[in-house]
Design a protein around this ligand. Structure first.
Ligand code: HSE
Length: 329
């Protein structure tokens, strides 16, 4: 039996306004050297006497930080489903126990299910000494994300695994992920109102068909955002941070959204939109000082317009991705 392995996977902001299901970045906390929001998964090998001991190859033995809300039953648990896909695909004789520690809120738009799936595959990969390439880890982690959100998309998984700001061109037949450059000083101001949005339900409400004009607007903005990142052109980046696909459907379900977004722009943000399916909002800013002002302005607007308390985070980009941790707090 090998020693247990602990892995951390960070929370992430997906969509980045104009990149529904294809763009995302990893989050970190600013400057204190501690792990930011995300999940820690500990993987241990389990003794078996032929087969996987009657539990299937993966069992969840404990979950902390979820207030008892996440299922221990492996078939209903994002981390276990991802880990099981990996074990079945790469080491079918292995049996693994997982402990999950949530260090981030559920259903907040910050990629909670992706962080669970990614931390699980990173921990199990290291535990079994497989050293799989990132594309394979991502492919297995997708199984967990499908369980949680009802459809395969990699815009939380890929940044959580790889860090940075990434473009997921496709997941099929293999993940095709492009690491994009980040202009010096680009910083995320994030506010999380104390409310929840179920991603699966939120995705089900989106239009399945778009008018061509709206599609053209969206892909024009997504392409321009990528160009802005390569050129470090913050004015172009600012013009590109517009979502005409998901935000118009989702924002009305987030009380205080309009006031918080307006406050972010008034305080000097380059742009602001929902983080994933919300209710968290992100704003991209030029520098930490501006990001702190923007985060405070957004939180104040949520409180005054909708009487909703918020958590705030200022997260410099690019943030590191998932990793095995050894004694980190
Ligand atoms: N791109 C996804 C969405 C992220 O907006 O539904 C949430 O998991």
């Amino acid at each position: 039996m090998t020693n247990p392995v602990r892995a951390f996977a960070p929370a992430s902001v997906s969509n980045i306004a104009c990149g529904f299901d294809i763009l995302g970045f990893a989050l970190q906390s600013d400057g204190d050297g501690r792990l930011g929001p995300g999940d820690v998964v500990t993987a241990r090998e389990r003794e078996t006497t032929g087969g996987a001991g009657g539990y299937g190859p993966v069992r969840i033995t404990a979950i902390a930080g979820d207030e008892g809300r996440l299922p221990l039953e492996a078939g209903r648990n994002t981390a276990a489903v991802a880990a099981k896909a990996l074990v079945n695909g790469e080491a079918p004789d292995a049996a693994v126990d997982l402990e999950i520690e949530k260090r981030m809120p559920l259903e907040s738009g910050l990629g909670s299910s992706a962080a669970s799936a990614v931390a699980a595959v990173v921990a199990v990969d290291a535990l079994l000494g497989l050293e799989l390439p990132a594309a394979a880890l991502l492919r297995y982690a997708v199984a967990g994300e499908v369980l949680a959100s009802g459809g395969p998309h990699g815009d939380n998984l890929a940044p959580s695994l790889l860090g940075g700001l990434v473009l997921v061109r496709s997941l099929d037949p293999e993940p095709d992920v492009i690491d994009l450059p980040v202009p010096e000083g680009l910083t995320c101001a994030l506010v999380r109102p104390h409310a929840e949005v179920n991603t699966k339900e939120s995705r089900a409400r989106l239009d399945r068909h778009l008018p061509l004009e709206r599609a053209v607007t969206q892909w024009g903005n997504a392409a321009a955002l990528v160009a802005a990142l390569y050129r470090s052109d913050l004015e172009l980046l600012s013009r590109s941070l517009v979502d005409v696909v998901a935000e118009p459907v989702r924002a009305p379900g987030v009380p205080g959204f309009d006031a918080a977004r307006a406050a972010a722009i008034d305080a000097g943000a380059l742009g602001c939109s929902l983080s994933g399916s919300g209710p968290a909002l992100f704003a991209l800013c030029d520098g930490r000082v501006r990001a702190r002002q923007v985060a405070a302005a957004m939180a104040g607007a949520f409180e005054s317009s909708a009487d909703v308390d918020c958590d705030q985070l200022v997260a410099p980009l690019p943030a590191p991705g998932a990793r095995v941790i050894d004694g980190e707090a």
